[in-house]
Design a protein around this ligand. Structure first.
Ligand SMILES: [Zn+2]
Length: 300
């Protein structure tokens, strides 16, 4: 199975100051990633919004046709535009408002040639001490996802729902199971999983099985969401890759680390480039090691 390793971009490397800045900043980022040896890109639309907040610009508000130069740059650099990362929903607003934002991200994803859109459940911490609270959260997340999933199908896109540290794995899988939509699967985020007390990588990867369509790879030391490049932190990486191999995972291996320590500009380009390249090589080594070990077990 060919392994495609991608990187999340913009929000990490490039800091557009205005909408006029965006296409050329992103074109630059795309070319840079290809030079670092990546084969795919996830456009971090949610991240872009944060960096642009000072300018009061939301990325999905930019007309999809303005993204054409980005799609062309990715294609000529040989990068697959694998995915777009959507924005956070909020239970503090009616579901329709979150849906409207996600639909604009879907249009952007389609314009960029992505196949997958990464979705978070509502950003608020979940406090499920009462049945009522659980039901209210479920109702919100299902309403948003159902509407966005139908819109995704109409654009030949699939959705993947990501685990976040603030909600339990039980809640995450409950939402996707209840939804039971053919265009909705899982993205497993390794760093977020490592922050949950119930984290057992092999068990969870087996449980998600054929519905696991996407992974976000980054590490931490189990205390906060550091987004360290692989193999940083205390995750037992060989076990993660062995389990992915075991379930026949065929999606992208997306490195989602912060490559500058503070997570904020200014960044240090030589260090960033070294960390990106090392992380890519390490992911390659770990996928190869998992395949080799499985082959040896089969032979023996
Ligand atoms: Zn992630």
């Amino acid at each position: 199975m060919p392994v495609t390793i991608g990187n999340v971009q913009v929000g990490e490397r490039s800091y557009p100051r205005s909408t006029a800045d965006i296409p050329h900043v992103v074109v630059d980022a795309v070319e840079y990633l290809a030079q670092c040896g990546f084969r795919a890109i996830e456009y971090n639309v949610g991240g872009w919004r944060a960096w642009l907040r000072g300018g009061k610009v939301d990325l999905w508000a930019i007309a999809p046709d303005r993204w054409l130069p980005v799609a062309q740059a990715a294609a000529s650099a040989g990068l697959t535009a694998s995915s777009c990362h959507s924005v956070d929903s909020s239970r503090g607003r009616p579901p329709a408002e979150s849906v409207a934002e996600h639909l604009r991200v879907l249009d952007l994803a389609a314009a960029l040639g992505s196949r997958v859109v990464v979705m978070h459940l509502a950003a608020e911490p979940t406090d499920f001490t009462t049945r009522q609270r659980l039901d209210a959260a479920l109702q919100f997340d299902l309403a948003v996802l159902e509407a966005v999933a139908e819109a995704a199908v109409a654009r030949s896109l699939r959705l993947v729902v990501e685990n976040l540290p603030q909600y339990s794995l039980r809640y995450w899988t409950l939402v996707v199971e209840r939804l039971d939509h053919p265009a909705v699967g899982y993205v497993l985020d390794t760093g977020h999983l490592h922050l949950r007390p119930e984290a057992d990588f092999a068990k969870i990867i087996r449980q998600l099985g054929p519905r696991l369509w996407h992974v976000h790879l980054h590490g931490n030391h189990g205390l906060r969401d550091e987004h360290l490049p692989v193999p940083g932190g205390t995750i037992r990486w060989p076990e993660v890759f062995a389990a992915l191999h075991e379930v026949g995972y065929e999606g992208l291996y997306l490195q989602e680390s912060n490559v500058h320590p503070s997570g904020e500009p200014p960044y240090d380009p030589p260090t960033e480039r070294r960390l990106l390249e090392e992380s890519r090589r390490e992911i390659e080594r770990l996928t190869q090691q998992a395949a080799d070990r499985a082959a040896r077990r089969q032979a023996g």
